[in-house]
Design a protein around this ligand. Structure first.
Ligand code: G6Q
Length: 557
């Protein structure tokens, strides 16, 4: 059995170091070092990261660097960029970086340079998106397209939906986008109710073209279109597909001219840079889509070449490892103070938890340390009036990323200052807290003014008004959320996840849990579809059998 990372010397040293740092409050670290902000902040690729409000010192970083070195991080980064089959359980490369390899240097998989195919698909996307946007691509009855409906789920939905939402100020004025993912017919039917079949374009996005939810939604949408337009020939003008399974797409009835290909070396949750990004390109134009790729490429270059402790994804990844593996943090909050990033936390939930929610190493050995944090979050100001209470006074250690745009996408006076001041006030308060003496002093002032006004306040509730502080945060700033900046931001988190996976020795590019869900759903569905009332013969547990029978009896009435 290969040695687990926690049996190495760096892990032991970090454990010892954590014990030393555990009683130290963040406010003490700031008091001890007037240069702390300068020391623990970094600006690169147009992103500024202040990581000074974390429970760390120079020694922590040195030890984390040792951990990264013991895990051969630099080697693994090189292996990913060289197209090695680092997704060992699926025997695939993980080459999302090739999809945005704007310098076009050759990248080989099985001896073949993939850049030719990557560029050919980008060119096909350009032709198609231009035709739709310019109104040259017409629907079956001759009208230009007005609604773009992406049907896909998981990696074939969350990334494009998040980016399309984030870049809504770049949308084509005639076009409206919809993302249908849920197999509950409510999602599709609510969407169809808003559509004019003559002006709607459906994109069926599925890497495998077998996913139950997507295929059912696709078939229902096709039937709806045929019913509305009265001819199945209409499908050719209103349906395109994005998949690695071109044969299955043809069998579905979409001809090869309307298929956009990608490849098995692109993981679902890493695929928004591929043809899966077609709904983005349609909404914001191929030039802007390629700026998203340019931004990601700039971050890729940084990740590939910068020294470990000057490397943004490495720093953020190591800080996460520090909290998960040494401080027992089980969750991480993602708090964008940029409303256009409303879907970013949901997108990151998949990226992080599907990649790092693993319990065995690459070699299949059981790990005996926690891996992925549980990711959650919401746009900042809304969260302040909801769950921040737990961050301020609850019992959990919750490291949080504050993601902040300096410039807004609008020109309403006064709003951006409110956003910025709220964000900074929160990270300050979360770090400092308010100790008992400060609380008492504040209450004394309050008491005297209230008594002067003749009010009788409840001034004895001192412990309820104390805030422990010491909650760690990263503050990530950028000027404005352009396509290029968004590309950098996403690439930053993708690589941060990779750094964590290397430290923990796990494969971040497979998802056997998702596969299990697909497998069990396809086995159970036929039993619900049969008329047979009882399902006693099936090999399910008594609870599942009982529920199946309950549902079948109810539905048969
Ligand atoms: C992503 C996962 C998963 C996948 C969906 C949809 O990394 O593999 O979320 O994207 O299950 O799969 P298809 O694209 O094959 O329909």
């Amino acid at each position: 059995m290969d040695k687990l990372i926690n049996q190495g010397t760096a892990w032991a040293a970090l454990k010892k170091h954590q014990k030393y740092l555990a009683p130290v409050h963040l406010r003490d670290l700031f008091a001890l070092d007037s240069q702390r902000f300068e020391r623990f902040s970094i600006e690169t690729c147009g992103l500024f990261l202040d990581y000074s409000k974390n429970r760390l010192t120079n020694d922590t970083l040195t030890l984390l660097q040792h951990l990264a070195t013991e895990a051969n991080l630099a080697d693994w980064i090189a292996r990913m960029f060289q197209g090695e089959k680092i997704n060992n359980t699926e025997r695939r490369a993980a080459l999302h970086i090739a999809l945005r390899n704007r310098s076009n240097c050759p990248i080989s998989v099985d001896g073949k340079d993939v850049m030719y195919d990557v560029n050919a698909v980008l060119a096909k996307m350009r032709l198609f998106s231009n035709a739709v946007r310019d109104g040259k691509w017409r629907g079956y009855t001759g009208k230009p397209i007005e609604s773009i409906v992406n049907i896909g789920i998981g990696g074939s939905d969350l990334g494009p939906a998040m980016v399309t939402r984030a870049l809504n100020t770049y949308h084509h004025p005639r076009l409206q986008s919809y993302f249908v993912s849920n197999v509950d017919g409510a999602h599709l039917s609510e969407t169809l109710a808003k559509l004019d079949p003559e002006t709607s374009l459906f994109i069926i996005a599925s890497k495998t073209f077998t996913t139950q939810e997507t295929m059912l939604n696709a078939r229902s949408a096709r039937q709806w279109l045929i019913n509305k337009l009265g001819n199945d020939k209409a499908v050719a003008k209103h349906f395109v597909a994005i998949s690695t399974a071109t044969q299955k797409v043809t069998e579905f009835g979409i001809d090869s001219a309307h298929q956009f290909e990608f490849w098995d070396w692109v993981g679902g949750r890493y695929s928004l840079w591929s043809a899966i990004g077609l709904p983005i390109a349609l909404m914001i134009g191929q030039d802007n889509f390629e700026q998203l790729l340019d931004g990601a490429h700039e971050l890729d270059k940084h990740f590939e070449t910068a020294p470990l402790l000057k490397n943004l994804p490495v720093l953020m990844g190591l800080i996460d490892v520090w909290y998960s593996s040494f401080w027992g943090a089980t969750t991480q909050a993602i708090l964008p103070y940029d409303y256009t990033l409303a879907l970013f936390p949901a997108y990151l939930q998949q990226l992080v938890m599907e990649s790092l929610g693993k319990r065995v190493t690459r070699e299949g050995n059981r790990v005996d340390y926690p891996t992925s944090s549980i990711i959650w979050g919401a746009p900042g100001n809304n969260g302040q009036h909801a769950f921040y209470q737990l961050l301020h006074q609850g019992t959990h250690l919750v490291p949080a990323d504050f993601i902040i745009a300096l410039d807004s996408q609008h020109d309403l006076p006064g709003h951006q200052e409110a956003v910025l001041s709220n964000a900074l006030a929160q990270t300050h308060a979360l770090m400092m807290g308010r100790n008992i003496e400060e609380t008492r002093a504040e209450l004394e002032i309050l008491k005297s003014t209230s008594l002067q006004k003749g009010e009788i306040g409840k001034f004895d509730k001192l412990p309820h008004r104390v805030f422990p502080g010491n909650q760690p945060t990263n503050t990530l700033l950028y000027k404005k959320l352009t396509p290029a900046v968004l590309g950098k931001l996403i690439a930053l988190y993708e690589h941060k996840v990779f750094v964590q996976s290397v430290c923990w020795g796990i494969n971040p590019f497979d998802q056997w849990g998702v596969e299990l869900g697909k497998q069990v759903a396809s086995i159970l569905l036929p039993t619900l579809q049969t008329d047979q009332e009882k399902t006693a013969h099936l090999g399910y547990d008594s609870s599942t059998k009982g529920l199946l029978n309950y549902i079948k009896i109810y539905r048969s009435r």
